[in-house]
Structures are given as structure tokens and as C-alpha cells.
Design a protein around this ligand. Structure first.
Ligand SMILES: [Zn+2]
Length: 259
């Protein structure tokens, strides 16, 4: 089966380079998963990485990966967390443990369901959309869910196991063409999206804990405070790996090892 999807130009090699240049654990996770998804037969699957869609209200949604095929549209949210993750299908927040520290983050199933809704509204056709949350292999998963929560190898296997065509090839070509035409692209869009996320961080700083509930906040916050200045400690990635760094950097340079 080969329905000329390649000719539609959806194989964007430049994106991977861009992903690499971003030094955040979130982007590193996306890059890792993008590499795994290359295992899928490219005659049957189109992998769209790091896609931005704009809603009618102007809000941007960033989707880590969409795998498009006649077997369905797989919507993948990647979480690159080191440590243990505990959560259930209907919990509002899940817990992330690293050593003795723990913090809450918005249930990624809900976050991904929100992405699916945006795509559904965006496409305006009743395409079979399949949400998948993928943690990298740095995470020990202790989750109880009906929805699919997996690791990168499990992700590829899960997608490849869908062998019943649900969309006609012409419908699929239309969907791909529509996505391609309406994707919000370019550095300006990324900047705008970052600004939208930063607005949400200000909201967080005003004392209300929203964790990741606003959708895309990638920062991980420790429940313990900086011993020097009392600010939050944020999970950062440096040359030697992850560490806790004071949110008040560069004024305060306190860091702690991740245990
Ligand atoms: Zn500090």
C-alpha cells in the first residue's frame, strides 16, 4: 500500500535538527520518540513531529507527534520524566517521584484528550483519533489506566498492531493535505506558543497551583524550596544531566543534585 503521501511532502527532516537544538528534557523526549517512530513502515504511516495548530480563538496547541495512517490517527503526548510516575485514569493530577522528592502534574491522559479534541474540531471530519501517552524509558510507570500509557517500544508496537483500515485512502490524503495547509509553522509561532505558556506560568506564580493543567508547562517543580532564598527549585538539564536549580537564577545560583 502506497498512496503517494510522500509526494504531499510530509517528511520534514529539518524538524529533527530543530528538536535537537532545544535543550529541554521535554524536547529530548520528543526527539527520542521521533527516532523510534521511524521504525514504522513509511509506506503506511506518516509521522508528523512537533505540530502546532491554532484554534479559532487564536490559542496554539502543540502536539508532540501525530502518526497518520488508514488505521487511524495516533495522537502521541511524550513525557520525559526521570523517576517514578503514579496515577490513575480519572485522577486530576498524577505524582512524579524522584528520590525523596515528589510533585504533582496534570493527568497527561486529560492533556492528550484536550489535544484530540482540538484536532477533531480542526479536521471537522469524524476521523478515528487514538490518544497515546508515551513516557520514555527513564520513567518507572506505576499507573492504572484503561487508556494507553506506554514507553517508546510499546508505542511503536501498539501502533503497528492496528491493521484494520478505518479511513479510505482518499479521505486520508484529504486529511494530510488539510493538516499540511493549516499547520501553524515557523519560529514566530513557536515564540508565540512559548509566550502563551509563560502567561500560564505567571498564573502559577500568583499562588494558584495549576501544575501542567494549562496544557503544556514542561517545567518540573520540586516540593521543597531553595534553602538560600526560598524560591522554587526547578528540574533543569545541564551537560552532566538533570539537576535542581533555583527559579531565582541568575540572582541565586543554588543547585542540588537529583537523587
Ligand atoms: Zn535560591
Amino acid at each position: 500500500m502506497y498512496f503517494h503521501l510522500k509526494r504531499l511532502g510530509y517528511f520534514d527532516k529539518k524538524k529533527e535538527v530543530k528538536l535537537k537544538s532545544k535543550n529541554s528534557t521535554g524536547k529530548q523526549g520528543e526527539l527520542l520518540v521521533a527516532r523510534k517512530l521511524k521504525k514504522l513502515d513509511n509506506k503506511k504511516y506518516i509521522v508528523i513531529n512537533d505540530m502546532y495548530l491554532r484554534s479559532k480563538s487564536g490559542k496554539l496547541t502543540q502536539i508532540d507527534h501525530i502518526v497518520v495512517s488508514v488505521y487511524g490517527l495516533f495522537v502521541v503526548e511524550v513525557k520525559n520524566f526521570m523517576g517514578t510516575v503514579i496515577g490513575g485514569e480519572d485522577d486530576t493530577v498524577w505524582t512524579h517521584l524522584v528520590g525523596k522528592r515528589s510533585w504533582d502534574f496534570y493527568n497527561p491522559l486529560r492533556q492528550n484528550d484536550a489535544h484530540v479534541k482540538v484536532i477533531k474540531g480542526f479536521l471537522g471530519v469524524d476521523a478515528p483519533l487514538i490518544p497515546i501517552v508515551c513516557f520514555t524509558d527513564r520513567t518507572t510507570l506505576k499507573v492504572k489506566t484503561k487508556s494507553v500509557v506506554t514507553n517508546p517500544d510499546g508505542l511503536v508496537e501498539y501502533i503497528a498492531n492496528h491493521s484494520k483500515p478505518l479511513i479510505s485512502e482518499s479521505e486520508l490524503s484529504n486529511i494530510v493535505a488539510y493538516l499540511k495547509k493549516n499547520e501553524a509553522k515557523g519560529e514566530k509561532v513557536k515564540q508565540e506558543h512559548l509566550e502563551q505558556i509563560n502567561d500560564k506560568k505567571k498564573y502559577y506564580k500568583n499562588g494558584k497551583y495549576v501544575g501542567e493543567s494549562m496544557g503544556n508547562i514542561q517545567d518540573k517543580v520540586s516540593k521543597t524550596k531553595c534553602p538560600k532564598c526560598g524560591s522554587r527549585l526547578m528540574l533543569r538539564t545541564g551537560n552532566k544531566g538533570d539537576f535542581w536549580g533555583c527559579d531565582n537564577f541568575p540572582t541565586c545560583k543554588h543547585t542540588e543534585q537529583v537523587k
